[in-house]
Design a protein around this ligand. Structure first.
Ligand SMILES: [Zn+2]
Length: 269
């Protein structure tokens, strides 16, 4: 069923957008894991080439105290602990993969009270390149398709930054059973149609542009499972740290993975 309603994602053309999707394993093979010591030098936890889905959630490290010496307080990467973060060693990784075979969609399926399902489709991009001051490494984006008790599509929620838009299925112009998603230039916010959209509480706009690569996600989709309960070997869901470098602010830092985001549990976010 997740395959049946998987979206057709329209990426912005290469001349507008240099960022492309990737997948978890592609990214992990190209990053290091570090630990943030505010005010002191950070520590490397795992070197480039040694971060995998099997070990990223089982790391631990101690904090630093006076004179930047390590203390006895130990923190764990399986917890919601933003001091652990992944970091590409160079900007080349930010481009994502130029090979569409590397673009994988991660699904998360929830039962709906009263019957039916919510199917979330999560997309991963190594970089968010929209507004210069709030860019960050690692960009997890999603849409949610709601099915009724008869398994029929009712609506699609398009996530856009911290908000989003719910569109009734009758207003959607799907490709067969597949809803269309326009992935905004650089920010990868999801929109039902091409166009220019205000980003709430900012002076900036998202641009959803047609004419770029078309990603038929049903050909490359895996069910990631639930928080603490990975499916299909997708043990990345157990990792609670950040997926990109820790920046000056939360909005300029890499986000946590889907199960550690509120929208994983809320079909209206
Ligand atoms: Zn350390």
């Amino acid at each position: 069923m997740a395959r049946k309603y998987a979206p057709e994602v329209h990426l912005a053309p290469a001349g507008d957008d240099w960022t492309r999707p990737a997948n978890v394993d592609w990214y992990l093979a190209r990053v290091q894991m570090r630990f943030d010591h505010p005010g002191c030098p950070d520590c490397e936890i795992l070197a480039v080439g040694s971060v995998t889905q099997s070990n990223m959630f089982s790391q631990s490290h101690t904090t630093k105290g006076t004179f930047c010496k390590h203390t006895d307080k130990r923190l764990y990467s399986k917890d919601s602990e933003k001091k652990f973060f992944l970091q590409p060693p160079n900007d080349d990784v930010h481009k994502g993969s130029s090979n569409p075979a590397d673009w994988i969609v991660y699904t998360h399926v929830k039962s709906k009270i009263g019957g039916g399902y919510y199917i979330q489709y999560w997309f991963f991009y190594p970089y968010n390149d929209s507004v210069a001051s709030v860019n960050h490494e690692a960009d997890w984006e999603h849409i949610t398709v709601t099915l009724n008790e008869r398994g029929e599509p009712v609506s699609v929620y398009y996530a856009q930054h911290d908000v989003g838009t719910s569109v009734g299925w009758a207003s959607i112009q799907p490709t067969g059973t597949h809803p269309i998603v326009y992935s905004a230039d650089g920010s990868h916010a999801s929109y039902p149609r091409a166009g220019s959209y205000d980003i709430p509480s900012t002076p900036f706009k998202d641009r959803a542009i047609s004419g770029g690569p078309v990603w038929q996600t049903w050909n490359n989709l895996v069910n990631m499972g639930e928080k603490r309960f990975p499916l299909n070997g997708q043990t990345f869901v157990l990792y609670g740290g950040r997926w990109g470098e820790k920046g000056e602010m939360d909005v300029t830092s890499g986000p946590q993975g889907p199960p550690f985001q509120g929208s994983f549990y809320d079909e209206n976010r």
